[in-house]
Design a protein around this ligand. Structure first.
Ligand code: 5RP
Length: 296
């Protein structure tokens, strides 16, 4: 039987200081050998000037209902859109509450099937077909993946079906690593889960920041974007974003740490400065404090 580490007798080496060797002249990790259409979508997500992205995740309603901070998407989104690169959302949120006249990427949530009322969130289905994703002009299709959970098989089935359909139309898939109740946010777990998702064919993997994150990022052959998770004090969230970028993440896919801040726009702007403008966490915090002092 396979052990969790693959082969514990041989010490692993992630060569964290060596850049990815198969990028050619394209700015997105692991995508050099893909076709023009996928590269165009990926360029709508990852800024060619920095190779990074700020994805704003507000798809929480698909299983959490009207979460604090997302009660009125129609009022929130016009304020945040200028500060982010990609909107990660459900088709219902986008079609009803976001005007289509923005020039940013779209990561469309396509898996669904559970709610906060379930103990086990790992049983999902594919809720959006490929034709509707194309009608939405999606730049990536987001599927939740539950490695080690009861619903592992069905979530890998969902991911595979979405990737097979999306590949026919050159649309990238975004695999969202979910952390089930019995899973720990360790690098050992994230190395397992992110690598499985990438090897299934996802072009982007979303996961959480953890210790030894640089090894998780190095071992994943496609870009990792980090989720924010539960709301933290803004200073801590900025430090997490900074450490993730330092550790090799190519951006964030952040929700609650932006939309549950009393200063959501300043927070999005501060995160964007870390992701795209090489701000340190201290520098971004200083910026956040200056902006919030003047806006009150
Ligand atoms: C839910 C998601 C969310 O988009 C994700 O959790 C990001 O949001 P947050 O930063 O609030 O964790 O994928 O399954």
């Amino acid at each position: 039987m396979a052990d969790l580490d693959g082969n514990t007798k041989i010490e692993k080496n992630y060569y964290v200081d060596k850049p990815f060797a198969v990028n050619g002249n394209f700015h997105v990790k692991g995508a050099a050998n893909l076709d023009w259409g996928v590269k165009k979508h990926l360029s709508n997500i990852f800024d060619p000037r920095t190779g990074n992205t700020v994805m704003f995740a507000f798809d929480h309603g698909y299983f959490m209902g009207s979460v604090s901070g997302l009660e009125r998407l129609d009022l929130l989104m016009p304020k945040l859109i200028p500060h982010v690169d990609v909107l990660m959302a459900t088709r219902g949120a986008l079609r009803t509450s976001v005007k289509p006249n923005f020039r940013k990427g779209i990561a469309l949530r396509v898996s669904s099937g559970s709610s906060m009322l379930n103990d086990d969130l790992s049983h999902e289905v594919i809720a959006v077909d490929i034709e509707d994703a194309i009608r939405m002009n999606a730049d990536a299709l987001a599927v939740q993946v539950f490695i080690g959970a009861d619903g592992q098989l069905s979530s890998i089935d969902n991911l595979s079906r979405v990737i097979n359909a999306a590949n026919r139309y050159s649309i990238p898939a975004l695999g969202v690593v979910a952390v089930g109740k019995n899973m720990e946010r360790t690098s050992q777990y994230f190395k397992l889960a992110t690598r499985i998702v990438a090897e299934m064919g996802a072009s982007i993997v979303k996961t959480y920041y953890c210790d030894n994150f640089d090894e998780v990022a190095a071992a994943c052959p496609v870009p990792i974007v980090v989720a924010g998770g539960k709301k933290l004090p803004e200073k801590e969230a900025l430090t997490m974003a900074y450490q993730a970028i330092q550790g090799g993440a190519r951006g964030v896919d952040m929700g609650r740490n932006i939309f549950q801040s009393a200063y959501a726009t300043a927070m999005a702007d501060a995160v964007s400065r870390i992701v795209h403008r090489k701000y340190t966490d201290a520098h971004a915090w200083e910026f956040f404090c200056d902006v919030t002092k003047t806006t009150g």
